[in-house]
Design a protein around this ligand. Structure first.
Ligand SMILES: Cc1ncc(CN)c(N)n1
Length: 211
């Protein structure tokens, strides 16, 4: 299980699409496809985060959790970012045909929003979703990368140190919840983590044009 997790995590955070941004060979039509599809994804992701916030308000034994989650929702406002980026790249956001991989990922999020899903499971998924973007885009900003200047803003958005700190806070919350979780919840959290990684890989595949 550990080996599978490790392999999938690497697949999700070192995907050929990300590597093509990092080495400067990225096909801009792939980038634009990712932008349009991710806007649609984020419109489902925000309600998912709101559902995690509600779970935190009811189930968390640490008042700090709500601040971390709310901080992410408010200051990271992804919807506004996608709108302004799409207009910069001339990507129409209305009438986007939602790709199958995106539909599947959105459906997965919808299920995670159900009240019967344990807070520990939901916060683990939330951390994993954010961490994949953080690690992927931070890789494009490392020394030696040849990320095109026009894509630096995108990489900075998730690859910056502040976002890294936010992801570490989410990870701490998830770890704290999992330490106290029953073995049933632990298994569910583990399976959910793997599903997130699979969905992220499928999402990159779609953007890269390999799906
Ligand atoms: C598919 C996907 N995964 C993660 C993120 C970062 N919130 C995102 N915008 N899109």
């Amino acid at each position: 299980m550990w080996a599978k997790k490790h392999l999938l995590y690497t697949e999700a955070t070192r995907h050929p699409f990300i590597l093509s941004i990092r080495d400067g060979s990225v096909d801009l039509s792939s980038f634009k496809r990712w932008l349009g599809q991710d806007y649609v994804f984020v419109r489902e992701f925000v309600p998912f985060v709101a559902s995690v916030l509600i779970k935190a308000s009811k189930k968390s034994d640490d008042g700090n959790d709500m601040e971390v989650i709310l901080g992410g929702l408010a200051s990271l406002n992804e919807i506004a970012w996608f709108k302004s980026e799409a207009s910069k790249w001339d990507v129409p956001l209305s009438n986007t045909v939602v790709h199958k991989a995106n539909q599947n990922y959105r459906r997965f999020l919808e299920n995670l929003m159900l009240p019967e899903v344990d807070y520990a499971v939901a916060i683990t998924a939330f951390w994993a979703i954010e961490a994949v973007y953080q690690e992927s885009f931070a890789h494009c900003l490392e020394d030696g990368s040849k990320t095109p200047s026009e894509l630096q803003d995108t990489c900075q958005r998730w690859g910056n140190e502040g976002f890294g700190e936010y992801c570490r806070s989410l990870q701490k919350i998830a770890n704290r919840c999992l330490e106290k979780a029953s073995s049933d919840v632990l298994t569910k959290a583990e399976v959910t983590f793997l599903r997130v990684l699979e969905h992220e890989v499928e999402f990159w595949n779609m953007s890269h044009g390999c799906a």
